[in-house]
Design a binder for this molecule. Sequence first.
Ligand code: ATP
Length: 516
Amino acid sequence: MHQEDLFKKLTAHCKEYGFIFQSSEIYDGLSAVYDYGQYGAELKNNIVKYWWDAMVLLNDNIVGIDSAIFMHPSVWKASGHVDAFNDPLIDNKDSKKRYRADVLIEEYIDKLEEKISKEVKKAAKRYGDKFDETMFRQTNKRVLDNIELIDSVKKRFIEASEKGDLEGIRQIIIDCKIADPESGSRNWTDVRQFNLMFETRLGSVSEDASKIYLRPETAQGIFVNFMNVQKSGRMKLPFGIAQVGKAFRNEIVARQFIFRMREFEQMEMQFFVRPGNEHEWYEYWKEKRMKWYKALGFDENKFRFHDHVKLAHYAKAAADIEFAFPFGFKEVEGIHSRTDYDLGQHQKFCGRKLQYFDTELNKSYVPYVVETSIGLDRMFLTLLAAAWDEEKIEKDNGAQDQRIVLRLPPSLAPVKLAVFPLVRKDGLPEISQKIRDDLRFDISCQYEEKDSIGRRYRRQDAIGTPFCITVDHQTKEDETVTLRYRDTMKQERVPAGKLREILGEKVSMKKLLQTL
Ligand code: ATP
């Protein structure tokens, strides 16, 4: 299937099955703002739990907090967001579409890299076992030309970004003949800086009201609480503070469903370390975080690291974990070595010491920070895209059919078990409900009695329910039920009394967490 079609189908599926709705849809929606529906909210909660437990439950030296969205305006001055949380925007004069200039350049580089991979693949096919990839990359003219071009574009881009040279950034777009991806036009405006923070006012009387911001990241809520948590929790370095919460950015380009939203959620962890140890911890968290994705059991080739070309104003090193979305490999999480920048800045701006007394070294210092920052909504989209499957199947009468199945890891699925009475009579609903009532404390269950069993299975497949059971007349005789597996569609007869034992382990978060 064409990847664009897949993305369209996924988006439509999210609405049809109650995962995601456009915000304020009855008023024609609000751009790049979305609401989570009945299954979306459950799936989102499960992702949060998987992340929170992997961070806070499994690490003695990580604690979680929940800080406010509104913060003192000085926070954003100190953090650099007021002055530097900008994206360079550029408009196409013909299509009237607006783009991020840095993204256009990064996509151009990605395309060159793709060209290189294609050359390598072609040659590998041609030469078979005799193929020496390193040698090929070092000698093939087309590959070398592209590498040279990539290096020169990257160099110019970094220089222009560092100097804030917007004309320089524009010139790269012109020189590389980068065209509007939608219209193909190269008729560009100047590049302008655009601050992504939303402003609002605190206070009831307009003259007294002071300008504040909706936080563009959750991290600052952690930094400003560093001393509070360290002191009240008697935390010793290295230690981490985690939090999940909303963030807001007035994104320039917001056309990719929940990939880029104006209101979204982040799951961030700031890990405070002794200066000098940051590189070791940076590598540690990169590996740890990648493991978290791979534990989900999807195709591992769909996840990769990508080192940043341009570092954020605070970063010493930064890598993204990217997922192969239907629209290409894109960032889901950033891992950043943030130095002592943030705490150092807050110390300067608030005039108080934000330091740690290291008893081993017998001195105080501002700790360094390694951050892991994942977008909850992007993780949601990652899961849906990875789990989505359209499968051809055969009906009982031999006819061809098709089903859409979300192959979500059972512990993350919004509903773990669906309970069906075969018919709506003969006491079967009552038996089914009793089974559901008994299991619902341990396993998230759904009772469903409408439509044929086949249609009920399809609906559950489409929301990713890993197990269904059907209660029939035989249940009344021997207390067994039919257990049906989502992925294989296999069915087996099992005692109703054993369901907790059979399914409990399979659907538990514990099993997933134990693999980390
Ligand atoms: P991008 O380059 O895609 O704009 P970023 O590098 O600015 O992202 P960070 O500031 O590192 O993103 O934020 C950490 C994480 O928060 C990202 O990896 C992403 O998953 C998520 N995130 C950031 N912006 C958005 C957004 N507008 N909508 C949804 N998730 C977002």
